[in-house]
Write a protein that binds this ligand. Structure first.
Ligand SMILES: Nc1ncnc2c1ncn2[C@@H]1O[C@H](COP(=O)(O)OP(=O)(O)OP(=O)(O)O)[C@@H](O)[C@H]1O
Ligand SMILES: [Mg+2]
Length: 253
């Protein structure tokens, strides 16, 4: 069981990368998977063909609000982590054939996040055990590291685009992850779809982390995302998919 995190700057291709990873893991039978959408924008569902609302599923933020605020006290009866874990199973977990999915959502509780975040974290640890892998799609930026929803992960994939800021992002992301005491086994740098192939050697020279390779630019990915089609349905001949397959093999999947 591995916990996998995709991160990077806004629009670098994090979510599509997660969707293509999922397609690959399903193809090689490395399932069942747990998908965790930490981005308030909730794009992952659409990219893997799941409409959370239509499925009648609630986000964890909604469930937390209900449990900790509207539901009254936080310490009465069952420990909070158990209370929220039960609710996630019951109301927040989308269950599919090869993957299940939960979304953190937007409506975060005002004031201190400590209790809900700790409960969520604990619940996730319990939840994740039953899966082959858990994949986390992060929002842009690094604040989510601070919330430490997942404090022990196996592989972090940091997607970069061709800008000086991206190089800084890699160093900062690595440092912030360490500072936030996120324990990780591998920190992989991945060239985003906008990254020119000619610059790859340069990247390897400039960064201290392991550069895995680049996600291929693929018009079809753009079309699928634009029309809200699931990337799991993209043909196996897709250049983007094949590049992700290669990256995944390199990372030991
Ligand atoms: N391999 C690719 N080839 C061509 N276009 C791509 C590819 N991957 C992603 N895109 C395009 O880039 C856009 C942004 O991708 P995506 O949503 O995956 O990025 P993100 O980093 O998750 O963005 P955000 O920071 O908003 O969460 C997509 O809408 C899609 O049109
Ligand atoms: Mg995204």
């Amino acid at each position: 069981m591995k916990k996998i995190v995709s991160m990077g700057r806004g629009g670098s291709g994090k979510t599509s990368f997660v969707a293509l990873m999922i397609k690959y893991l399903i193809e090689i039978g490395d399932t069942p998977l747990l998908l965790i959408d930490v981005d308030p924008d909730q794009n992952l569902g659409e990219m893997v063909g799941v409409d959370f609302k239509e499925e009648g599923k609630r986000t964890i933020s909604e469930l937390l609000l209900e449990t900790f605020m509207e539901g009254g006290g936080t310490t009465v009866g069952v420990p909070p982590s158990e209370r929220i874990e039960g609710k996630i199973w019951e109301k927040g977990l989308y269950e599919g054939a090869s993957f299940d999915m939960i979304a953190v959502g937007t409506k975060f509780i005002e004031g201190c996040y400590c209790l809900p975040d700790a409960s969520l974290k604990k619940a996730l640890e319990g939840l994740a055990k039953t899966y082959r892998h858990a994949l986390i799609d992060s929002p842009a930026g690094l604040e989510h590291l601070n919330r430490r929803i997942a404090s022990e992960v196996d592989d972090i994939f940091d997607i970069i685009d061709p800008s000086q800021k991206s190089f800084n992002h890699v160093e900062r992301a690595y440092r912030v992850a360490k500072e936030c005491k996120i324990v990780f086994k591998n920190f992989y740098v991945v060239g985003g779809y906008r990254f020119p192939e000619g610059l790859e050697a340069e990247v390897e020279k400039r960064i201290k982390q392991k550069y895995l390779g680049k996600i291929a630019y693929d018009k079809e990915v753009e079309n699928y995302v634009f029309s809200g089609k699931s990337l799991l349905e993209i043909p196996s001949s897709s250049p983007a998919y094949n590049s992700v397959k290669k990256l995944m093999k390199k990372a030991g999947y």
